[in-house]
Write a protein of this length. Structure first.
Length: 235
């Protein structure tokens, strides 16, 4: 198993972790990262059994975005997903992710499970990406995105403005909202029956505006294996 837990070394993050397995993730390597960490890391392991966790094939997220007076295709490969289901929240992690990135994805998705109900979609992502980037810094891992960090008084910290910008671009179908809170604007659910206007989540319609986006059906993401919740235990 790889030894990715513990305190962050003093050297730059690019030289911190050299002995993590490069192949696809599994339960053992995820536990090795969290269980050898601090108390907060070990608390993450305690939360994992309350989730249904699937190892899946990569999933592609697709959406339409209104740019320059026309609808264009957008999308990205989702490393992980989470959804409120009964009796447990369900999380999916791509089978192709290595141990470090799969652990970061699980940390991100566990963060979502601790967020209050009714939190705006964009705010949920700002919060999860910020906290996950803080965790990655603590663990000596490279940033999720090169823009996600900045130096303050010589110390590396998350750049919340860059995170918000990236989230707003990637999750275009979630209307941007204030970082600190506030009601989100109504989201675009698709085209109205007339095929020209957009249908909003509050039941109204209007002509499309620059930056409007709505989600299309995902592709891929076939479940390869469902992890037994009893496996999530530190030695």
């Amino acid at each position: 198993m790889c030894s990715c837990g513990g305190q962050r070394p003093q050297k730059p993050q690019s030289t911190v972790i050299t002995n993590c397995r490069s192949g696809p993730w599994d339960v053992d390597c995820i536990l090795d990262i969290f269980c050898k960490g601090d108390k907060a890391d070990q608390e993450v392991v305690k939360k994992l059994p309350r989730l249904i966790i699937h190892n899946r094939e990569p999933k592609q997220v697709h959406y339409k975005k209104y740019e320059g007076g026309k609808w264009v295709d957008g999308g990205f490969t989702s490393g992980g997903s989470a959804r409120d289901t009964t009796p447990k929240r369900t999380v999916w992690v791509n089978q192709t992710q290595d141990c470090r990135n799969a652990a970061a994805t699980l940390y991100h998705e566990v963060t979502h499970t601790d967020q209050p109900a009714g939190m705006a979609g964009s705010q949920r992502e700002y919060d999860a990406y910020l906290k996950t980037e803080q965790w990655r810094i603590k663990k000596g891992l490279p940033p999720h995105d090169p823009s996600f960090r900045k130096k303050v008084n010589g110390k590396e910290v998350p750049d919340i403005d860059a995170i918000k910008k990236k989230v707003d671009k990637t999750y275009a179908y979630n209307p941007p909202t204030p970082i600190g809170g506030g009601a989100p604007p109504p989201s675009v659910e698709g085209l109205a029956p007339n095929g020209t206007d957009v249908q909003l989540s509050d039941g109204t319609t209007r002509p499309p505006q620059e930056g409007d986006a709505y989600r299309l059906p995902d592709t891929g993401g076939k479940i390869v294996k469902t992890i037994d919740a009893n496996e999530w235990k530190c030695p």
